[in-house]
Design a binder for this molecule. Sequence first.
Ligand SMILES: C[S@@+](CC[C@H](N)C(=O)[O-])C[C@H]1O[C@@H](n2cnc3c(N)ncnc32)[C@H](O)[C@@H]1O
Length: 384
Amino acid sequence: MTPSARAQAAIEILEQVIASARDDGPPADALVSAYFKTRRYAGSKDRRAVREWVFQAIRQSAEVPDSGRAALLPLAEALFDGSGHGPAPADPDEARAGAGVVPGWIAPRLSPLVGEEEWPALTERAPIDLRANLSRTTREAMAAQFSAEPTPLSPWGVRLPADTKVTDDQAFAEGLVEVQDEGSQLIALACAPANGQVIVDLCAGAGGKALAIAAAATDARIIACDTSRQRLSKLGPRAERAGATIETRLLDQPRESEGLADLEAQADTVLVDAPCSGSGTWRRNPEGRWRLNPERLERLLVLQARVLDLAAPLVRPGGSIVYAVCSLIRAEGAEQVDKFLSRHSGFEAEDIAMAVGRSDGVGRLLTPGHDRTDGFYIARLRAR
Ligand SMILES: C[S@@+](CC[C@H](N)C(=O)[O-])C[C@H]1O[C@@H](n2cnc3c(N)ncnc32)[C@H](O)[C@@H]1O
């Protein structure tokens, strides 16, 4: 493919990414792969170059661009030369996506801790963090295996450069490591897992945090719940690879509490890693900015309050809820927790007992700019 033909391919994919963000369709990565499945003439260099254009265009624009052309034009105008399979020359008045990091409607909703000086870090390429499975190996062994640096905040992590491929490594296949951002590791640490405890991971998804908890407390009873069969089904093979024992429980929305009745007042810790805007993970998922809108955010706020209310009766007296969201939007973090505490007088905020991030309301906020992790809000709420 000529450089201009690659630009045209990127425009076509960006067109699909924009539509998919609007309609809640597949992610950009999947769209790039699907595009090339039907275009066998493209070689690996072409694919890499097109993918690079697509992600550069997504990264540079906070707002949803008008079109694929508008998204790429500010980056690659010289390739809009009308040649062969390339894009038609640009009109001087043609729409161009503006450069930016935080969409205008989200900026006033961010935690005040995330000042504009921190914004560039929100979409910078993120390193790859691995969590050493301490039930099977040591962090030092994994640092040596991957020639990696230890993560500064999590005692379980090692850090590799962005885009390092680790899933082909033997250590990964043997369950000695998992790919997990340091911030996610800190959420599992905030649960203070210990042997003999009952720990409910209420929104377990594919089990990233449940696996970290299981590695730290091999004799704890861990119950991983989710309403998504598809996500939860990924946990079984991962647990097997890691040598972990984790119960899984598929909950039936909106009757989740029926499936949790036997756990009432049983849990030492309920982790609520709630569905959220993902505004703390834009550096890995920059198109997340194009997918979010005020209506979606409103629905997420309602769901977060709901899962917190589901968690409350499961906690034994003296036990805790650990609430976490990978978000920097205050309504999902500090404000959501304040509202929970005003609905549930039997709970009080407690420290997460780790000197990480900055305090925000009763919890702590980790940000890419300040902590070099994905953005997370974490709070611990203790049942009196
Ligand atoms: C942020 S993700 C969890 C990620 C996971 N803890 C991890 O570490 O990989 C939120 C999860 O909440 C689940 N969820 C949504 N509504 C729920 C509900 N009412 N009860 C339980 N889980 C729910 C979603 O299916 C999704 O998997």
